[in-house]
Structure formats: C-alpha cells, structure tokens
Design a protein around this ligand. Structure first.
Ligand SMILES: Nc1ncnc2c1ncn2[C@@H]1O[C@H](COP(=O)(O)OP(=O)(O)OP(=O)(O)O)[C@@H](O)[C@H]1O
Length: 355
C-alpha cells in the first residue's frame, strides 16, 4: 500500500532546466505512465523518484514520508530497467535473491519469495540458468521477478520493454499490466511509446520539454487533448491540423479557401478573426460532399488490409491524412471535416478552446 506525491519537483543540469516544476499525486495501486518525446525529462523524473538523481528543488513523498534526502535503498522502491541489469555470473535464482540476501532475510523466506515470484512469472523451471542462457523475454521476467520479491511500496519502470521485439513487447506489456493489477503495487512507468502508454496506464502524464502538458486517463487524453502538442503526440496516424479563423461570434471557423465549418457543440471564446488550429483525427475524415467538405488530391495510399491510410493535399496545399475502412484507390476525393469531431485550439498558444 503506497501513495506517491511529487511537489514542485525541479531539476537543472549545469544551470539548464530540464524539469520545470512537476506536481503529481499517484494513488495507491495506480499505474501512472510518463510519456513524451526523447529528451523531455521522463527518465530524469523517474531517477529523482528512485533517488538516483537529486532534484534542484521540490519534494518526493512516498506514503506521506518525505524521502527527498534518502538513499535509493531506503525508499522502499524497486526499479526495472530497459537493460535488465542482471548479474551475468549469477543464476536466475541468485539474481532474484540477491537484494533479499543483502537485506539479511532468512534463507527460507528468500526461497519462498523467489519461488512464488518465479511461479507468478512462469520462470520456475529456469531458476538454475544464467542470464546468457535466457531469451530477451525471459530476462525481462527475471528483472520483474527481482523487483517483485522485494515487495516494495513502489515499482518504477524505465522503458523496460524497449529491447524486445514487437511481438514480445505486446505480450510483456499485457503481462506487466496483469501483474501490476494482481499485486496492486503503485507504479510509475516511463516510455516514449504512445501505444504502450495508452494500453498500460490508469493515467498518463504527457511531458513536453520538462513540463506536464496533460495528466489524465488515456481516453480523456485521446478525446480531449489539452493542447496541440498532446493532440499530435497521442494517436496514429497523427491528428490533422488545419489552420482557420474564428467567425460568427465564435460559432464557426473559416478555412483558408473559404469553407466555413459551424461548431457542433457551441461557440468558442475569442475575437472575430482570431487564428485557430482545428484538429481532426484521420479516422474522422470521411469521404463525401457537403458544406464542410474540401477536395483532396491523393499523394500516397497505404493499404493496411482492413483499412487504408490516404495522404493527400487540400486547398492551399493543406496536408490531410484520412483513415478509410476497406480498400481505396483513386487520385482525388472530396472529404468532409465533420464539426462533431473537430478539436479547436488557439493557434497562438496551442491550448484547447472549450465551448
Ligand atoms: N547527467 C546529465 N547531465 C546533463 N544533462 C543531462 C543529464 N541527464 C540528462 N540530461 C539532459 O536532460 C534532458 C532530459 O533527459 P532525460 O534522459 O530525462 O530525457 P528522456 O525524456 O528520458 O529522454 P529519452 O527518451 O531519450 O531517454 C536531456 O536534454 C538530457 O540531455
């Protein structure tokens, strides 16, 4: 049972700020995923929670205890890394038991914990092997096992799946989710992979250049992204962005070549002529004619079997990607930009404009 609080955590390296004040509350048993592009500060944040890095200011609080000044070993956490960090000269049993031996647990207790964890992870038959005699997925399970036997308050995962091939990644992702639910251990998971983030997290922290751009459950992030950064980062193919201006007392948007789209859900605040960025996911671009349609000249067709991704250009060179069900061929098609699916952002700040 554990909660984690980060309170205005800041970090600079050589006077260059990389974390600009992170506040986060992680509930007991919750799995929070920190996701963002390379260099946004995810690993630094995780290492601060682990105690491997000292924040420039701010606090790390685990179970209402300020651990900011404590050594990693005194924080009651277990970390699973990308490179597994197994001892090559030790057996699987030895690797999993090592931390418990250091802590001076009785031999019988160590054996019980290691065997139980190995059972849960399906590696009971591998306990006498050495890491080099294991597959990538098996090594990953040993690294997980080593974390589990410690029965920590907090699991910290730093891109633990990135060395696995695509199929194994998906499998291990599901295993980690199941395991985390079953054990109920509060967890922080860092990844740059948006699919991993969406499928694993109870909530996501989408980081942009050292700041949390949005903290919310995955589907809320997908359906109501807080700004254009989050909107463009989550979702594949990426959301289309269409420049427009605010019209009709905030009730409509005018596109470059004159198409006017009336918002389905009421007016947006802002002066007439205010620059907007409209967001529309490729799956919401539909072929057809209407007051909200634009002609598209097709540049690239990507058949995916059950659906087709079509990249094209609209008026004024506007790039639009559509995800169409089934097969598609052709050089041109009119597409509708349905108002009910539009995300409306302030073009200046990138922030979502709510009706
Ligand atoms: N020890 C260090 N000294 C100086 N700069 C550092 C140090 N560690 C990280 N940085 C810088 O801090 C920024 C954030 O790094 P961090 O590793 O946290 O990013 P990340 O989001 O985890 O990226 P990636 O996905 O590539 O691992 C980067 O610009 C990085 O170069």
């Amino acid at each position: 049972m554990a909660t984690l609080s980060l309170r205005d955590v800041r970090k600079s390296f050589n006077a260059t700020p990389v974390l600009h004040g992170i506040d986060l509350e992680v509930a007991d048993g919750e799995l929070v995923v920190i996701v963002g592009a390379s260099g946004c500060g995810k690993s630094t944040l995780l290492r601060i929670v682990a105690g491997l890095e000292t924040p420039t200011s701010g606090q790390v609080v685990i179970n209402n205890r300020d651990v900011t000044g404590l050594e990693p070993a005194d924080r009651d956490i277990a970390m699973v890394f990308q490179n597994y960090a197994l001892y090559p000269h030790m057996t699987v049993f030895g690797n999993m038991a090592y931390g418990l031996k250091i802590r001076g647990l009785p031999r019988a207790e160590i054996e019980k914990r290691v065997k139980d964890a190995a059972e849960i992870l399906g590696i009971g038959a591998l306990l006498e092997r050495r890491p080099k005699q294991l597959s990538g997925g098996q090594r990953q399970r040993v690294a997980m096992g080593r974390a589990i036997v410690r029965e920590p308050a907090l699991f910290l995962f730093d891109e633990p799946l990135s060395n696995l091939d695509a199929k194994l990644r998906v499998q291990m992702r599901a295993e980690i989710r199941r395991l985390q639910r079953r054990l109920g251990v509060t967890s922080l998971f860092v990844t740059h992979d948006q699919v991993e983030a969406m499928t694993l997290g109870d909530r996501l922290v989408v980081m942009n250049a050292g700041r949390p751009a949005q903290v919310a459950p995955p589907m809320e992030i997908f359906s109501r992204p807080a700004d254009t950064y989050v909107a463009g980062f989550i979702g594949s193919p990426a959301m289309n962005f269409i420049p427009a201006t605010l019209e009709e007392g905030g009730a409509a948007a005018r596109l470059a070549k004159g198409t006017v789209i009336r918002f389905a859900d009421g007016p947006r605040p802002g002066p007439a002529g205010m620059p907007l960025t409209l967001g529309l996911r490729p799956e919401h671009v539909v072929p057809g004619d209407g007051p909200d349609s634009v002609p598209l000249s097709v540049e690239l067709i990507e058949p995916l079997g059950s659906e087709t991704v079509v990249h094209g250009r609209g008026p004024g060179g506007l790039a639009i990607t559509a995800r169409l069900p089934g097969a598609f061929s052709g050089a041109a098609l009119p597409v509708r930009l349905p108002a009910g699916h539009l995300h409306v952002f302030d073009a200046g700040t990138g922030r979502r404009l709510d009706p």
